[in-house]
Write a protein that binds this ligand. Structure first.
Ligand SMILES: *Cc1c(COP(=O)(O)O)cnc(C)c1O
Length: 387
């Protein structure tokens, strides 16, 4: 019975935004890992999972860690973020991107997004980098976030950063399996990271990974992820490291998920296509990043212009909530977060408008079927009432 694995579905009829999609294939590999005796943050499944993710995204090297946030922390340390440096971060992101910068002692500088895609607005970048330079700030990195699974505009972003001599860290926490101009998300920066949290496109319940072509960078990150223990029999530590390694048991879960990734992406895409069809004829609405054929469609967000549509994104959210269906606005921008106020931010208002006027709809790969029919039926009902 696959159902008993799916986010508590049998107990309630609640439909979640992006529930985990796990079943017998995952169970088999997890049990096998436990029986192998490798119940530790080391083992053959972890080694294999790293190789398989690296191969899948076309990167030479990978290291598995306990979360996407831990991966970001190590990636930023690896490119030299630390006290006295700044890191440019899109303001429209999950808070982990900004938090990881502060863990290193660096200061995040927020930059607004392109209203069409929600990804970092590359037009703002050259002036910002110049400005930071003129003020004598050391820029450790630009973090590009692949929002909702759609890759940032790397054809324009990479040359700007290369010209300024600033490394790119790719936060592809949401974008495993996405492509952009024939290359996989995670492979565009000097280092890329993935999250395997329970709500991401695939999960290890919690987990993350760094990928890079730079084997030295990955071995430095690997060392820091294991308390920076020196390769000697006694416990020797020349640096302060972290306990960030991924469990071998969870890596086994990840290996089963990775084998099913293409199917899960197809089903998320099917959900997006259903929504696109429903909203195609509704004035004042658009699907964020619609038409991006390479996106893994992790989340589908609808942007609503109330003046044209005659209703607000929030109204649809309330209608669905009344029927026990989860939705949420896009991320509240970092420059509005109490934890990150008073930071330098270059804002155009685009992220604020997306936050105020968007709704992320149930997008999970477990949905297609009766749950999708129920959500789409309720959306249709709402639209008829607001026509
Ligand atoms: C989920 C997410 C993270 C953090 O990943 P965790 O595994 O939850 O620590 C970082 N950045 C973005 C953009 C995310 O969506």
């Amino acid at each position: 019975m696959v159902d008993q694995y799916c986010g508590g579905r049998p107990a309630s009829r609640r439909i979640h935004l992006s529930p985990p999609d796990v079943g017998p294939a995952e169970e088999a590999l997890v049990v096998a890992a436990m029986r192998s005796g490798w119940v530790a943050p080391a083992g053959p499944d972890l080694d294999a999972f790293e190789r398989e993710v690296a191969e899948r995204v076309g990167c030479g090297h990978a290291v598995g860690v306990s979360s996407g946030t831990a991966a970001l922390h190590l990636a930023l340390l690896a490119v030299g973020a630390g006290p006295g440096t700044v890191v440019v971060v899109p303001t429209l992101t999950f808070v982990a991107t900004a938090n990881a910068v502060t863990y290193t002692g660096a200061e995040p500088v927020f930059v607004d997004c392109d209203p069409a895609t929600g990804n970092l607005d590359v037009d703002l970048l050259p002036d910002l980098l110049d400005d930071l330079r003129r003020r004598g700030r050391r820029i450790a990195a630009v973090v590009a976030v692949d929002i909702n699974g759609a890759c940032a505009d790397y054809a324009r972003l990479l040359p700007v950063c290369a010209a300024a001599g600033v490394p790119v860290v790719e936060d592809s926490a949401q974008a495993l399996g996405s492509t952009y101009q024939g290359r996989y998300a995670g492979s565009f920066g000097r280092v890329g990271i993935f999250s395997f949290n329970g709500n991401k496109i695939m999960t290890t319940s919690s987990g993350g990974m760094l990928v890079s072509e730079d084997s030295g960078l990955i071995s430095r990150a690997r060392r820091l992820s294991t308390q920076a223990r020196e390769p000697v029999a006694h416990y020797e530590h020349r640096d302060v490291g972290y306990n960030y390694r991924l469990s071998n048991v969870l890596a086994a879960l990840g290996r089963a998920q990775l084998r099913r990734l293409d199917g899960m992406i197809e089903r998320r895409r099917a959900m997006r296509e259903h929504y696109a069809k429903v909203f195609a004829s509704v004035p004042g609405t658009r699907i964020l990043g619609d038409g991006d054929a390479g996106s893994n469609c992790w989340l589908t967000s609808l942007v609503v212009d109330p003046a044209t549509a005659g209703w607000r994104a929030r109204d649809l959210g309330e209608h669905l909530a009344a029927h026990d269906i989860e939705t949420r606005p896009m991320f509240k921008p970092m420059h509005r977060q109490p934890a990150h106020l008073d930071r330098w931010a270059v804002v155009t208002g685009a992220a604020d408008r997306l936050f105020a006027g968007s709704i992320s709809l149930p997008s999970g790969s477990t949905l297609p079927g009766v749950d999708a029919d129920r959500v789409l039926g309720l959306v249709e009902e709402f639209l008829v009432r607001h026509r």
